[in-house]
Every structure is written in C-alpha cells, then in structure tokens.
Design a protein around this ligand. Structure first.
Ligand code: IPE
Ligand code: IPE
Ligand code: MG
Ligand code: MG
Length: 326
C-alpha cells in the first residue's frame, strides 16, 4: 500500500507541469495581484483535483495529458479561490502551512484575489468548449450552495446526517465529480465511461470531506498545514459531531454543546479523547470507507489499466491518510 507521499512522488512530473501552468495562467500586469495570487497557490496543496483530471483524461482518451493541463489548472484555481474565501468565513489563520491570505493581506484583498482566480479558471475552462465550461460553472454554483447551506446550519444541534451529507456533496463531492466529468467530456469518451468516472469521483469526494471532518478532530496541525478543531470553534456541525451529540451522556453532551458555542474548557474537556470514546471517529471512518467502496465499484466498471490502478490507489490513500496525519 502506497503512502500519499509515495503516490505523489510517482506523479511528480505531472505536478510540476500543473504548477507551471498555474503560474502562467495567473499572470497579470498588476504586480500586487500576481504576487498575492501566487502566495496561496505556491504554498503547495496536494493537487488532488488536477491529478484526478489528468488521470481521468488519460483513461478516457488514451491521449497525452498535456492536452488537459489548462483544465487541470482551472479546477485547481477554483479550488484555491474557494479556500481563500472559506478561510475568511471560517476565520482560519493557517493554510497550506502558511498564514492565510486574509490575515497576511487583509480581507478586502483576499476577496479580490479569490474573485480573480475564479475568473482565470473560467477562462482556462472555456478553451475546452461550452459543455466543459458548463460543467465547471455548475460545480462552482454547487460549491456556493454547499457553503451557504453549511452557513445556514452553523450551530444547528438538530442537524441530521442527511442534511450534513447534502452539504458535503454540494461543497466537495460534486466538485470532484465535475473534475472527472470535465475530463471525460474533453476526451469525448462514451457515456458509460463518463458516468463511471464521474461516479467514482463523486464518491471519492464524499469520502474526502468526511475524512477532512475527522481530521479536524484527530489530525495534526503541523502535518496538515492547517489548524484543527476549526469546525467546533466555528460551530460547523460535521458527521463526528452529529454522532457525538447523539451518543453522549448528558454531562458530556452539554460540554460539547458549550464548546460549539465557543466555550474553552481547557484541560477539563479533552475534545479529541472524548470524540474517540464516543465511537464517533469509528462511525465516521466507516462512512468514509463505504464511500470509497462505492467509488471502487464505479471504477471497476471501467476495466483495468495502469491509470485505473492509480485512481484505485488514490481512493485507498484518501482514507488511509487519517493514520498518516493523526
Ligand atoms: C481542502 O481541500 C478542502 C476540502 C475539501 C476538505 P484539500 O485538502 O485538497 O486542500 P489542499 O489543496 O491540499 O490544500
Ligand atoms: C471545505 O470545507 C471548504 C470548501 C469546499 C471550499 P472545510 O472548511 O472543512 O475545508 P478546510 O478544512 O478549511 O480545508
Ligand atoms: Mg474551512
Ligand atoms: Mg475542514
């Protein structure tokens, strides 16, 4: 079983190509805008979405991945823009191991940089025609819907699993799906293959966000390059929180509710061990794993090839990451 780092290393040439394309695509004569846009992009990031696009395109077309680099870069720009805006919303101070852009340059600038990256992304997407552009635009609309639905439910202790899943499907999974679908449409592949790749990516995205929500509790800030316990501080009710709220004795449930309302219990209430004890991490992990199983099922329909294996590995890495990052 490959670690994420090993998997990424085997794709380093492609990542370099994506990074070069990103650099070129965000150039503007306004130096301040260019350097602020570079700041968050160059901090790294796993480049999951561009890699998903590159591999999906290879599977769907059999052609050289260089043809799809603009689309891969475009999706990474939207993703990065959404993170810049998300960090303002979440009041988060660390991203990709660096101070967040709004902390460094102010909220006003961070909003503009995010908008700029969105605009550049659509320009890149438009090079693949109207159908691909529409998939990209729909993905952004869904992301906005997901963020608003999440905002509407901040602090909602009655949030159901069903609504939680709707939120994460909109803010994350449909975006993954749109990466694969955009690549499949650009490759002009058959409808069956397009559907299998899209289903794979959607389920991967669901598992990815559930995992991220677990890592918000059990992850290490240093290894992830972003702060932990942000969801609790921000009253965002995620799957482990929903489960813990339903499966705690009264004393602990009240302590958790207070934490969600911003109370700091210090050493009196160790959130991480509390969550582990309730079984909420196990429960959420099982949910992530079931999405990965669905992703694998969809992918199996596409046959076998080295590229399909790469996606299989990626799917396993998404859930194995929990142990690496805890
Ligand atoms: C973070 O995405 C936002 C989520 C959907 C959880 P990533 O974990 O892919 O962030 P980067 O791109 O590696 O920084
Ligand atoms: C993902 O949610 C945000 C977007 C899809 C824009 P999170 O708020 O959990 O992402 P992180 O944890 O800040 O990376
Ligand atoms: Mg966030
Ligand atoms: Mg998170």
């Amino acid at each position: 079983m490959k670690s994420f780092l090993e998997w990424e290393m085997s794709l380093s040439e492609k990542i370099e190509d994506v990074n070069r394309r990103l650099q070129v695509s965000i150039y503007t004569e306004e130096e301040a805008l260019f350097s602020m846009a570079k700041y968050t992009l160059e901090a790294g990031g796993k480049r999951f979405r561009p890699l998903l696009i590159i591999i999906a395109y290879s599977i769907a077309s059999g052609k050289d991945y260089k043809d799809i680099l603009d689309l891969a870069a475009g999706y990474e720009l939207i993703h990065t823009a959404s993170l810049i805006h998300d960090d303002i919303i979440d009041k988060s101070e660390l991203r990709r191991g660096r101070e967040t852009l709004h902390v460094k340059e102010g909220v006003d600038n961070a909003i503009v940089v995010g908008d700029y990256l969105f605009a550049k992304a659509y320009e890149l997407g438009s090079r693949y025609g109207a159908a691909v552009s529409k998939i990209m635009a729909d993905a952004s609309s869904r992301l906005a819907e997901g963020q608003i639905l999440e905002a509407k439910n901040l602090g909602n202790l009655e949030l159901t699993e069903e609504t939680y899943l709707k939120i994460i499907s909109k803010k994350t999974a449909f975006f993954f799906a749109a990466c694969a679908e955009g690549a499949a449409v650009a490759a002009n592949c058959n409808a069956l293959l397009r559907k299998s790749l899209t289903d794979f990516a959607f389920n991967l995205g669901m598992a990815f966000q559930v995992t991220d929500d677990i890592l918000d509790i059990v992850g290490s800030e240093e290894k992830m390059g972003k702060p932990v316990l942000v969801d609790i501080k921000h009253s965002a009710i995620t799957l482990p929180i929903i489960y813990a709220l339903r499966n705690s004795d009264e004393k602990n449930r009240i302590a958790l509710e207070e934490s969600l309302q911003g109370k700091d219990h210090g050493d009196d209430f160790d959130l991480k061990s509390y969550f582990l004890k309730t079984g909420s991490i196990d429960y959420s992990f099982k949910m992530a794993r079931s999405y990965i199983e669905r992703a694998m099922e969809a992918l199996k329909k596409t046959g076998t090839s080295p590229d399909i294996n790469l996606l299989m590995e990626l799917a396993l890495i998404v859930i194995e990451r929990i142990e690496e990052l805890a």
